[in-house]
Design a binder for this molecule. Structure first.
Ligand code: DLL
Length: 445
């Protein structure tokens, strides 16, 4: 782990851009923002109407700090304009379409020109380079290929670096692990919950992920997770693990990523402008204040977005990073605005529970939150898998673990929550994003 930090200075894909003085970065942002607005006004009827409704012409926006004057875009606007209403170029320039994994209504369609695909690959190449990936690495992409942006997004970025890409996608977990061993994979990307499943599967096959594999760098994202889970994965694979953030609407993965300092996620300011707003009022919040992340794309050609409400809760971090990059950093995603549970008057995010559970000795690799909705209130039971060793020690040990988990959740949240310890590996594993909160009628004791 120390090795990565020492070498951090070398790890730049586009050093001039990544270390650009803030004043030059603002110049680029201003120019690109103005171009984006002009383009949208001229080529997209939805945005032209939105801008006119606000009484705005493209020439009214002269500086980046006037961003607040612009209208928001929401997921609803994607649905209303399905499939191509947000396009700002002719279809003949579009070379790829992706779609978000939404489960209700029409999916969100995202279009890319050749230039968009190039920029996206560059963003991912920057991200992977700062986590230590080079042309000498064998890089396994354990993410869905297809409409989901994860697989192809990482694929193009890793190829751009010149790494040897193993596009193993998702599924057939045993084969994933065997490939990792046989092809001497040195770095991979996956979803955090699935990464823990990979390590369980390796052990079941008699492969010790730390000793028998050659993995030195893992990037994980696409779902809410915590520092405690990061430490777990680092322990399991004996390597560094980095947080990887992105969303289909603004391109896919590669929007923000941790560098070797593991101190917040750098958000590429020459492609995206970030704001944090109060999720209820939409009012702009300050640095280090937690709220909803709002993103404006300033280099996209096919589907530029003004002030897109991501629904993700985080904050913009203060100060510069020791790695030398000048681009703003955001904190870990606490959850989605609509993830918040209200239990006996207390606001609670599933990520707070995860942070407690995954850091405790004797806890296995998965948990779930069983929820029953009664009016506006939630009743909660937390089901926690025991680790193999603890389960083997019998009932006294599981009771003691339940008590520890309950007490720890109580200390962090102020709530007395029922905890149920379940056998190792008993909660179903999934290949995609895990669903931690299960809504149903909960039988409380
Ligand atoms: O999940 C893109 C992606 C692929 C990101 C691979 C990272 C790695 P969507 O399916 O559109 O795109 O889902 C985007 O997933 O708004 C967040 O709520 C959540 N999310 C993504 N990355 C993280 C992360 C991809 N690092 C939605 N931490 C986002 C927490 C994340 N949540």
């Amino acid at each position: 782990m120390e090795k990565l930090t020492e070498m951090a200075e070398d790890r730049f894909w586009q050093p001039k851009i990544e270390k650009m003085p803030p004043k030059s970065l603002i110049e680029i942002q201003t120019r690109r923002l103005k171009e984006t607005i002009k383009n949208l006004f001229e080529k997209n009827t939805f945005y032209r109407r939105k801008l006119l409704e606000k009484g705005l012409k493209p020439t009214d926006i002269k500086r980046v700090d006037q961003l607040e004057m612009l209208p928001f875009t929401t997921k609803f606007d994607f649905r209303e304009n399905y499939p191509f209403g947000l396009l700002a170029c002719s279809m003949s320039r579009v070379i790829r379409l992706h779609a978000s994994s939404g489960t209700t209504g029409d999916p969100t369609i995202v279009a890319y020109t050749r230039g968009d695909i190039e920029n996206w690959a560059d963003c991912i190449a920057r991200c992977l380079t700062m986590t230590g990936v080079t042309e000498r690495d064998v890089f396994q992409v354990i993410l869905g290929y297809g409409l989901f942006t994860g697989g192809l997004g990482f694929h193009y970025g890793a190829e751009k670096i010149g790494a040897t890409v193993v596009p193993s996608a998702t599924g057939n977990t045993r084969r994933q692990v065997k490939l990792m061993r046989d092809l001497k994979v040195t770095a991979f990307t996956s979803i955090p919950s699935y990464t823990l499943y990979l390590s369980e599967t390796a052990k079941a096959l008699g492969i010790d992920p730390e000793k028998d594999l050659n993995v030195t760098s893992v990037s994980c994202g696409a779902e809410v997770w915590s520092e405690a889970t990061r430490k777990r994965i680092e322990r399991e694979f004996g390597c560094d693990v980095f947080n990887s953030y992105g969303l289909s609407e603004v391109c896919g993965p590669g929007v923000a990523f941790e560098c070797s300092m593991q101190d917040g996620l750098h958000l590429w300011g020459d492609h995206f402008l970030a704001e944090i707003v109060d999720p209820k009022t939409g009012e702009r919040l300050g640095v280090e204040e937690e709220g909803e992340l709002v993103l404006t794309t300033i280099s996209r050609e096919a589907m530029p977005l003004l002030r897109y409400r991501t629904g993700d809760l985080t904050k913009i971090l203060d100060g510069a990073c020791n790695c030398g990059r000048t681009h703003q950093r955001i904190g870990w995603i606490k959850g989605r605005c609509d993830d918040m549970l209200k239990v006996r008057g207390v606001n609670l995010f599933p990520s707070q529970i995860e942070a407690v559970i995954m850091g405790l000795e004797g806890v296995g690799n998965s948990y779930q939150i069983l929820l029953s909705r009664r009016g506006h209130l939630d009743e909660v039971i937390v089901e926690v898998e025991a680790a193999e060793e603890l389960w083997g020690r019998g009932e006294g040990s599981t009771e003691e673990l339940a008590e520890r988990v309950r007490a720890e959740i109580g200390t962090v949240t102020g709530l007395n929550i029922q905890v149920r310890i379940v056998p190792p590996s008993s909660i179903p594993r999934v290949e995609g994003k895990v669903k931690r909160v299960v809504i149903g009628d909960v039988e409380t004791a």
